[in-house]
Design a binder for this molecule. Sequence first.
Ligand SMILES: [Zn+2]
Length: 237
Amino acid sequence: MWVTLMDTVQALYELQEMEGDLQKSKADLAEVVSRLDHNEGVARSRDRAARAKQAFTKLQLQQGELDVDVQATAARLKELEQRLYSGNTAASKDLLALQHEIKFTKEKQADLEEKLLAKMEQVEAGQKAVATIDAELASVESAWETEIPTLQQKQEQLEQHAKDVAQWYESAEAAVTPVDLKTYRVLQKSKGTAIAKVERGMCSGCTIAIPSHELQKLRTSTTPMRCSNCGRFLYTG
Ligand SMILES: [Zn+2]
């Protein structure tokens, strides 16, 4: 009878352990699958690289526009100066206006050239930034590619483990009487765990000390015993 009793509580305890194991395996598997599906570091790095390229393209465009403005202003200045030196502008009023326009155009050109120079510096810095971020991305992607086979292997192991446990679970379940199994399920539903280990004279489920006469009975009882406080099956392991 003693052996039979231990078999019952032990089988229930093993069921509980396997349920915990299955739950953990499923969570681990979900995490591995999600890591295979999406790598946060790579995604962030790709995003940064795309933004850096976009910023660089915008700077290049601005540089191009300034370049066109500088050329147009230079052409305009040349034209004005040719008009001045041709001597065709006889009237002093017209001459003064022409000189004013030349002065204004020269100032505009100087301003545009300064802006163009600053923009060229920005373009150079932007190009360096793109190169740095691209190198970082390449390294993050390569690290990720090395990680994939390890993750795939882990996924296979976890899937196999879950299959094995499910099989062991079936045989452990078959070793328990329907009545005990029903009580186990009811306890599990209401308390989370149905079996509590007896540790240092205490029920590990509710951490209440088991009265000494019950501990005594636990050693000699021929039927599965439950904690008088929380109702869980007591397993002496
Ligand atoms: Zn208890």
